[in-house]
Design a protein around this ligand. Structure first.
Ligand code: SF4
Ligand code: SF4
Length: 382
């Protein structure tokens, strides 16, 4: 998925979560909430969901404390189990139509290596991760290490049974990005197509679910984002708004109607969610952000070939095999200036950088700044 970043969830303090802890995922709207029609199975499911949410929140708190105590480990790694995708969104440069799944044994080695580096959240991304035939084993391995397990999916392959198996595997966060209400030639991640999947998630998932709607990037009807957000909240899921970056992960100022939708969505989200996404306000107004990108240190993007890159939009640096990545690499990249930072829209990297914004100015010139060094890779949109 192009811009949606699961790191958002652990950094947000959700008022909604409290209700969900007490009432379960369907707290907002489920029509038979608390009635005599509740079966023992319903109650058992709600108890499990509440317990899972409490456990998850306590681990997220530990993650924050660990991140504040030391800068020598990644907070979040995105890892690609398969680059193939069953969709072909026009703005996306993160998929192909042919790649095979990364073999399970290789994926498990990579998860073990991320654990060795002290990574606190691992998010499976793609391509479409649900196309990986052994995804549940990968999730279980992440959890075995005590790492928070997340996934970004387009949702097309979800069924009630698949959701239950994700519960069993130990998935903790899932994010779906919905781009429009009806499919068009830019994107088929559409509310009309995915609404049934959202209902299934609302009914069966024990993990946290965030629905991210988007503006920018050629999305035709910016107002669709509002409808997507409203539907997510109606189903008791959390909702966020994101801004689609261009093909290099960089800022493209929003048009007036897009900006209006962005601001209205933020107001809607604020009613149930305290958000730490100040950087997006600048992006919405076409302004540069003054921040330190800690990619390669606090945020890692591990591609299907097992190489660590700064992010999905700057593949090619440092491009070092994860198997050889060490704390020395983390320390170097933590202090390395990324020339693309001011106009970057890669949300997960911004979120991880919040942890360290107040400390450690960057002193090492990055690839775009040092003479004779390669420029950061500029990716092309398909
Ligand atoms: S669904 Fe597939 S093509 Fe669309 S943004 Fe996600 S990875 Fe890219
Ligand atoms: S600033 Fe960091 S996250 Fe953003 S595009 Fe550059 S390397 Fe990637």
């Amino acid at each position: 998925m192009l811009f949606i970043r699961l790191i958002e969830s652990p950094f947000k303090l959700s008022k909604y979560t409290t209700r969900r802890l007490l009432l379960g995922n369907s707290a907002n709207l489920c029509s038979n909430e608390g009635t005599s029609q509740d079966t023992m199975a319903d109650l058992g499911f709600r108890f499990r969901r509440s317990w899972t949410a409490m456990h998850r929140r306590s681990r997220e708190l530990m993650m924050i404390l660990k991140g504040l105590a030391s800068t020598d480990h990644p907070i979040l790694a995105h890892i690609i189990p398969i680059r193939r995708c069953n969709l072909s969104c026009a703005y996306c440069n993160e998929y192909d139509e042919v790649s095979k799944p990364v073999p399970l044994s290789v994926m498990l080695e990579r998860i073990d290596r991320l654990a060795h580096l002290g990574t606190t959240i691992v998010t499976l991304s793609g391509g479409e991760p649900l196309l990986h035939p052994e995804l549940d084993e990968i999730i279980a391995r992440i959890r075995k290490h005590g790492i928070i397990a997340g996934m970004i999916t387009n949702g097309y392959l979800l069924t009630a049974d698949r959701i239950r198996r994700l519960n069993q595997a130990g998935l903790e966060h899932l994010q779906i990005s919905i781009d429009n209400v009806t499919p068009d030639d830019v994107s088929k991640k559409s509310l009309k197509v995915l609404d049934k999947k959202l209902q299934l998630l609302s009914e069966h998932a024990e993990f946290h679910i965030n629905i991210n709607s988007v503006v920018g990037g050629g999305i035709r009807n910016p107002k669709d984002a509002l409808e997507v957000g409203r539907r997510a909240v109606e189903l008791g899921l959390t909702s966020t708004i994101g801004i689609i970056h261009d093909s290099t992960g960089q800022l493209r100022p929003l048009s007036e109607p897009e900006r209006d939708v962005y601001l209205r969505m933020k107001r809607m989200a604020k009613r149930s969610y305290a958000q730490l996404n100040f950087f997006q306000d600048n992006i919405a107004h076409g302004r540069a952000n003054d921040w330190r990108c800690r990619s390669g240190a606090r945020y890692l993007y591990v591609c299907e070939d097992g190489l660590v890159h700064y992010c999905s939009q700057q593949r090619g640096y440092p491009a070092k095999p994860l198997a050889q990545y060490t704390v020395d690499d983390i320390r170097r990249e933590y202090l390395t200036v990324k020339g693309c930072a001011p106009r970057c829209t890669v949300a997960c990297s911004h979120y991880t950088a919040y942890m360290d914004f107040w400390r450690d100015p960057q002193t090492i010139l990055g690839p775009a700044e040092s003479e004779g060094s390669p420029q950061l890779v500029q990716l092309e949109t398909r």
